[in-house]
Design a protein around this ligand. Structure first.
Ligand code: SAH
Length: 252
């Protein structure tokens, strides 16, 4: 059923697995299987305890979680752990919240493995934008509301990079900001400056898909006030689809 990955050497093997946004039942069947088979699990902060509990009791569990502005283990060190464990011949699972290729640095880690000739596979996960909006009853697209959707990092200024704000401010576009709580004032300012209406509906989904999920709704001009109340992890969703939350909410 599942494709056999190409084996480059006789060394260990790394599975880059997306654990989904919170509800452990959102892990894929393939993710479930490779976690059970892993000899080493290298995991991040946003991975739920129920998913970690799937690992074999003999497996070595290595926590490399990061908090915003506070890196427990530097990225270079994480890369080094993956390379070392794989070179010991181990079956390694690199487990991340959501999907590893969406604001997850999965690509950067795989580049290092590729340069070292280590075999790997990628098991996709449900990214927060898909999971949290589904559990909040907010369809990312809808024929009457949005013909496109964009996933944006709210962390840009810290990285010294800027966003093409003009390409975002379209009334029939849904915007999903990851890591945006602290930058909500700036995000609001840029969206208003580039043409979005101050009454554009928006939402913040905190702890999406978890029992503690909370959804705040309002309009764009009030986003910074809403963000002050919310706690991480949270997504900011801007667009008229968020007005459907009241009608379509089903979780909790
Ligand atoms: N790779 C992950 C994203 C990592 S960046 C993914 O694909 O989902 C971390 C950001 O993801 C958080 O700051 C938050 O914006 C978002 N996030 C992750 N889990 C979330 C959740 N359960 N609810 C809301 N937002 C979440």
């Amino acid at each position: 059923m599942s494709a056999t990955p190409i084996s480059v050497t006789n060394q260990g093997f790394v599975s880059l697995v997306g654990a989904g946004p919170g509800d452990p039942d959102l892990l894929t069947v393939k993710g479930y299987r490779v976690i059970q088979q892993a000899e080493v699990v290298v995991y991040d902060r946003l991975v739920s305890p129920e998913i970690l509990a799937l690992a074999n009791s003999e497996a070595e569990m290595i926590y490399v979680g990061k908090k915003l502005d506070f890196h427990c283990v530097p990225q270079g060190k994480i890369n080094q752990i993956l390379v070392e464990k794989a070179k010991e011949g181990k079956r390694v699972v690199r487990l991340k919240g959501g999907d590893s290729f969406i604001f997850g640095r999965g690509g950067e880690e795989l580049e290092v493995l590729a340069e070292q000739g280590i075999s790997f596979e990628v098991v996709p996960g449900i990214t927060a934008a898909a999971g949290a909006t589904a559990y909040a009853g907010i369809p990312l697209t809808h024929r009457d509301h949005a013909q496109s959707v964009q996933f944006i990092t709210g962390h840009v200024q810290n990285d010294g990079r800027e966003i093409e704000w003009h390409s975002l401010a379209q009334s029939n576009n849904t915007l999903v900001f990851y890591m945006g709580l602290k930058q909500s004032g700036y995000i609001t300012h840029k969206l208003l400056e580039t043409g979005l209406d101050e009454t554009m509906p928006c939402a913040i989904i905190e702890n999406g898909t978890r029992r503690e999920q909370h959804v705040y709704t309002g309009v764009l001009r009030d986003l910074p006030i809403m963000a002050k109340e919310a706690v991480s992890p949270a997504l900011i969703v801007v667009g008229s689809v968020t007005s459907l939350h009241n009608k379509l909410k089903w979780f909790n």
